[in-house]
Design a protein around this ligand. Structure first.
Ligand SMILES: CC(C)(COP(=O)(O)OP(=O)(O)OC[C@H]1O[C@@H](n2cnc3c(N)ncnc32)[C@H](O)[C@@H]1OP(=O)(O)O)[C@@H](O)C(=O)NCCC(=O)NCCS
Length: 169
């Protein structure tokens, strides 16, 4: 599969909302487990538009040759003044586009963006049972930094998460 990685455009909002709804419907991976809990296409469009004028966060997409968006990565600088060198990452890849290097390419885009933005460290949370994501982050060079007990509310329960981080050189 040929794809390119680029900055998201407000006109991507519709497709990205569908992608998020599809990934949210999978039980294992994503933080938001109820379709429709993710922001609406209108909210996503406004968010992507606002990002154009905001230097501290970015959204990247992976676009297949036929124009289908098969991946989304968001990266945003920590707002605390003592940790502005840290940025948080969120990542999703369409089910039918996995194991083809999309996740890795999007992470590389986050690293490159971080380097330009003066970010020294990327961090993310991953569910302990999300083997695919952990394998990707391990292979990419992320390290485990902590274990967050009952850190997220998901549906009606509190669930644990592993904190992982990557040093941007
Ligand atoms: C996790 C996720 C983003 C991985 O994306 P991807 O595009 O399939 O990952 P890549 O193809 O770039 O994988 C790169 C490497 O990561 C590892 N990897 C990825 N998925 C794996 C899996 N299911 N099992 C084992 N290793 C895996 C492999 O080392 C792989 O290299 P290889 O295919 O040459 O063996 C994707 O599965 C996904 O979107 N899952 C649902 C949402 C989610 O969990 N997001 C992360 C939340 S923290």
């Amino acid at each position: 599969m040929d794809f390119l990685v680029r900055h998201a455009d407000p006109s991507d909002a519709e497709q990205l909302t569908l992608l998020a709804d599809a990934v949210s419907a999978e039980p294992e991976g994503w933080l938001i487990s109820i379709a429709g809990e993710w922001r609406s296409a209108g909210d996503e469009r406004r968010f992507l538009k606002a990002l154009r004028r905001y230097a501290h966060a970015a959204v990247f997409v992976a676009e297949r040759e036929d124009g289908t968006l098969v991946g989304r990565l968001s990266v945003g600088r920590d707002p605390h003044p003592a940790s502005t060198h840290v940025a948080d990452v969120g990542l999703m890849v369409a089910l039918d586009a996995r194991r083809q290097g999309v996740g890795k390419a999007l992470l590389q885009a986050a690293v490159d963006w971080g380097r330009e933005a003066g970010v020294r460290k990327l961090e993310l949370h991953v569910f302990p049972w999300n083997e695919a994501a952990i394998a990707l982050y391990d292979a990419f060079g992320f390290e485990r930094e902590g274990y967050r007990k009952r850190h997220y509310r998901r549906g009606g329960e509190f669930v644990d998460a592993i904190l992982m981080a990557y040093e941007v050189e």
